[in-house]
Design a protein around this ligand. Structure first.
Ligand SMILES: Cc1cc2nc3c(=O)[nH]c(=O)nc-3n(C[C@H](O)[C@H](O)[C@H](O)COP(=O)(O)O)c2cc1C
Length: 397
């Protein structure tokens, strides 16, 4: 059952099977330290019954940020803030894991004037500048930074750390043959493209020891022609399995194909919930590492059956935690049967196809909770559109 505890390979026992997947909050202090608003938010989520709360992605380099007011874990100067965050989140027994990330080419120009990536392949959008390829020395420095961030999470009293290897960020850029055109040992064959993530994991493990939970969030596929495929993802997952990871979370998509929030999913897949379920069922047969699936779960029935059928070990929820902070507790106690969230469609195809309002609308809900307010399910999507684009809404809407 979803309220049953689960012991990870490293020996740590998580209280139940429901997790809040990482949600970038955008309410840290301008210098990347956790703010009072973040403490309030995590205190609230900490009372909400999740087995694990993954932080929103935390940056390893202050010069390369995914969004404004994102958390940074660059050195010991950040320890105090993360220690308080861990105390707030974990006061009621929930485990807090730090999600560790570098945006690579997915860093907006107003935050990153000199983005870096595996190669110089830019996004087809003016919001992101063309990246330059990282040097070998810089790659080694980044591997060190991911390890240091995991160690910082441990020192802060958090219960685990997760590599963000999904959604088209730097680790994902190394994995994909579309964005990794390198001809050195970090590119080319899948073995070479996977070297970056494997070295990150090994370095983290060396720093945190054998008894601290380490995991990854990885794409089942990028869902783009010529990019990281299901077959490749399966092979990388098997490589990670052989390394002794504690938890593999499966998601999918990139900024170019927002599969993670269902934008490119068929209606039948949305109805079935659990966007990447077919893939995880295949993964289950090949590896022993515990599995978590995130994306689309909305009913208690589906969540319970995924766990009871043994298809996976943890169910991750993202957007439901933006509207229903106690969703885990309510699903466990049976006082909530579903956690549907609005589709956030404007009716303007060009906007809706990109899924561009999903993230900011939900981040605004987190900001409300940071201020001690309740989420507002009726928040006007055009208000969000106007705020993030600086444009006025089309006439007549
Ligand atoms: C506001 C917002 C912020 C997100 N930030 C992150 C993040 O920092 N790291 C990450 O791995 N996924 C992030 N995601 C994706 C979610 O973790 C999750 O994979 C996605 O929302 C699908 O799950 P859901 O259908 O339950 O919402 C974010 C999603 C939203 C809506």
């Amino acid at each position: 059952m979803i309220n049953q505890s689960f012991t990870l390979p490293c020996g740590v026992t998580v209280p139940n099977r429901l997790a809040k997947s990482a949600l970038s909050e955008g309410i840290a202090k301008p210098n990347g330290n956790p703010s009072t608003d973040l403490f309030n938010l995590y205190e609230r989520w900490g009372k909400g019954g999740a087995g694990i709360l993954f932080t929103g992605n935390v940056m390893v380099d202050k010069d390369h940020l995914v969004n404004a007011n994102v958390m940074i874990a660059e050195n010991e100067a950040f320890l105090e803030g993360f220690t308080t965050l861990a105390q707030k989140a974990q006061a009621n027994g929930t485990h807090l894991w730090m999600q560790i990330n570098h945006p690579g080419r997915q860093a907006p120009f107003y935050l990153d004037k000199a983005p870096v990536s595996a190669s110089d392949v830019g996004l087809p959008s003016k919001v992101y500048l063309k990246p330059r390829p990282l040097t070998e020395e810089e790659i080694l420095d980044l591997i060190e930074r991911y390890g240091n961030a995991a160690l910082l999470a441990k020192k802060a009293g958090m219960k685990g750390a997760q590599i963000h290897g999904a959604h088209g960020y730097l680790v994902s850029q190394f994995l994909s043959p579309l964005t990794n055109l390198r001809t050195d040992k970090w590119g080319g064959s899948l073995e070479n493209r996977a070297r970056f993530v494997l070295e990150i994991y090994r370095n983290m493990r060396k720093k945190v020891g054998l008894d601290f939970p380490l995991g990854i969030k990885i794409n089942s596929a990028d869902f783009q022609r010529g990019a990281f495929t299901e077959e490749e993802s399966m092979q990388v997952i098997q490589m990670l399995d052989a390394e002794g990871m504690d938890l593999i979370e499966v998601s999918g998509g990139t900024y170019e194909r927002a599969a993670m929030v269902g934008t490119t999913q068929k209606e039948s897949t949305k109805q079935r919930e659990a966007y990447f379920m077919d893939f995880i069922v295949k993964v289950r047969q090949k590896i022993k590492t515990p599995l978590m699936l995130t994306g689309g779960f909305r009913t208690r029935k589906t969540i319970i059956s995924a766990i009871e059928n043994g298809e996976l070990d943890f169910v991750g929820l993202g957007r439901p935690f933006c509207l229903f902070p106690n969703v885990a507790k309510e699903l466990i106690e049976g006082t909530r049967e579903e956690c549907h969230v609005p589709d956030l469609l404007t009716g303007v195809l060009k906007i809706d196809q990109t899924g561009m309002l999903q993230t900011p609308w939900n981040m605004f809900q987190l900001a409300r909770m940071g201020k001690g307010l309740d989420p507002d399910p009726n928040m006007d999507i055009w208000m969000v559109y106007e705020k993030i684009t600086g444009k006025t809404r089309p006439e007549g809407v």
